[in-house]
Design a protein around this ligand. Structure first.
Ligand code: SAH
Length: 466
């Protein structure tokens, strides 16, 4: 298995500093599955190529139970493609042997690590499950020029057609660390063979190495699924967190769209009715300490704050800008100390378990769930019902059945461009009931806003009691 990386920016031998490997020497590194060698087939001022040669020991793999499982004692465990192709073993080797380059460090030329260089990576044999088209879909969005040479299954039998193996060249003007990171993540994804490392910390590894590019990659779902070897629980968690980290500036998106939604709903004064309904529900549960999840600009918090029935309230939102506006609306900076202690705002994500969200009498989730796509909703369910676990939860979301009644809303459109879904009463109620059953809550439903006989009320509310 051979990977070469060529730099053509003079002095090309700077590649040696970046890789932390001297071009004049051959270096070998023992690994659990064989041996890695680094050497330079060429090293001139104009052109410098570093080679990473992996010598995978198939017998060692069997001994360590890391190769393909040999079902019923078949030869498969001894005779397979692992020693010859780029696979997750290459990623392991990159992480071990080229660790500092992968993390963007260089002792000799620290300033170089941030500089895009004209680099070419060549992989002598890359298994591409999903074919050349998939290979291109993985690398081209990252700015690579991809050249491939397919290999026949067997030259003696051309009618067998081509194999899944390609010799691949990837060229781009890129930082070395990015090239290594892309290879680290995407080679095992292309190979899609069982590798031995899939465990919970793989999610962290994927997120770390995917930071800055994977969240916006058009194939992020496939990449995540395959990387985590179709462990759907892990893939779901990773995707939720990826999307969360990479979502385009939440501040801008939300502000522009909130105005649109308000205009559609304004004739009903729905916002005020919603807040009143939520406050009444909170009081009916006797809640004194409330956390408002996805508090936005703090409309509900302000009402709670002005009401002596509530001792303490915390607002949480991912949007920094929304929290700034909330700070202003609530005059937080001018409050007397005792009042100031009743309220706090935290910037945080509803996708990650957070100790600061637990221990409340009640949580409010007002017009938030419809902003979460399915993967994020699944993560949020656990954050809310399993980890934050308030005694009561008051949740609202639009009732999509009512949309036909909004004169300014074109048929079939949602109220807000950022809504990922708007649910019918049946959809909301069955989802909420399932959560209640799973996490040990009782749930009841109330309409908010004038109820229409046929389509119900504009907003639907669920009240969960532990
Ligand atoms: N509850 C407020 C705001 C609703 S708009 C109100 O009724 O006025 C939805 C809010 O959810 C936005 O402020 C948005 O920033 C926030 N939000 C969306 N995804 C989030 C996430 N993953 N973590 C925290 N907040 C999020």
């Amino acid at each position: 298995m051979l990977l070469t990386i060529t730099n053509t920016a003079t002095p090309a031998t700077d590649l040696g500093y970046l890789l932390h490997k001297n071009p004049a020497r051959l270096q070998s590194f023992p690994l659990s599955f064989g041996e890695a060698h680094v050497f330079y087939p060429e090293a001139s001022n104009e052109r410098c190529t570093a080679a990473l040669l992996l010598d995978v020991d198939p017998v060692g793999l069997v001994r360590n139970r890391r190769g393909p499982a040999g079902e019923g004692g078949t030869l498969d465990q001894y005779v397979n493609d692992r020693p010859y192709v780029a696979s997750s073993f290459l990623s392991v080797a990159i992480a071990r042997v080229l660790a500092s380059a992968l993390s963007g460090k260089s002792k000799g030329r620290p300033e170089l690590t941030e500089v895009p260089l004209p680099l070419e990576a060549r992989l002598s044999v890359l298994p591409c499950r999903g074919g050349e088209a998939f290979l291109r879909r993985l690398f081209e969005p990252l700015g690579y020029t991809v050249t491939t040479q397919p290999h026949e299954l067997d030259a003696k039998f051309p009618e067998w057609g081509s194999s899944a193996y390609y010799t691949v060249s990837l060229r781009a003007n890129t930082r070395l660390r990015d090239l290594l990171t892309h290879l680290y993540v995407l080679v095992p994804v292309l190979d899609n063979e069982k590798h031995y490392w899939v465990g919970d910390d793989e999610v962290e590894k994927l997120l770390r190495h995917g930071s800055g590019w994977l969240g916006t990659h058009p194939e992020r779902e496939q990449i995540t699924n395959r990387y985590l070897k179709h462990r759907r629980d892990l893939a779901r968690e990773a995707l939720a967190r990826l999307i969360d980290e990479e979502s385009p500036n939440p501040d801008q998106v939300e502000r522009a769209r909130n105005t649109e939604e308000e205009q559609i709903e304004r004739p009903l004064n729905l916002n005020e009715q919603r807040i009143n309904a939520v406050v009444a529900a909170l009081k009916s549960c006797g809640a004194k300490r409330v956390v408002d999840l996805g508090c936005g600009e703090g409309k509900l918090l302000r009402t709670l704050f002005e009401d002596r029935a509530f001792d303490e309230m915390v607002g949480v939102d991912v949007s920094h800008r929304a929290l700034e506006i909330a700070t202003e609306r609530l005059h937080l900076e001018r409050l007397p100390a005792r009042q100031r202690e009743r309220i706090s705002l935290i910037q945080g994500s509803l996708m990650s378990r957070d100790k600061r969200l637990s221990g409340f009498d009640a949580a409010t989730v007002i017009e938030v769930i419809e902003h979460l796509d399915q993967a994020r909703l699944a993560a949020f369910e656990r954050v809310l019902f399993e980890f934050a676990k308030p005694k009561a939860i008051v949740m609202t979301t639009p009732n999509v059945e009512y949309n036909v009644k909004f004169e300014t809303l074109p048929a079939g459109k949602m109220r807000h461009k950022d809504h990922r879904f708007e649910w019918t009463r049946l959809q909301f109620q069955s989802w909420a009931q399932a959560q209640a059953d799973q996490y040990g809550y009782n749930v009841r439903f109330l309409p908010v806003g004038a109820e229409d006989e046929l389509v119900g009320s504009p907003t639907q509310m669920a009240i969960f009691i532990a």
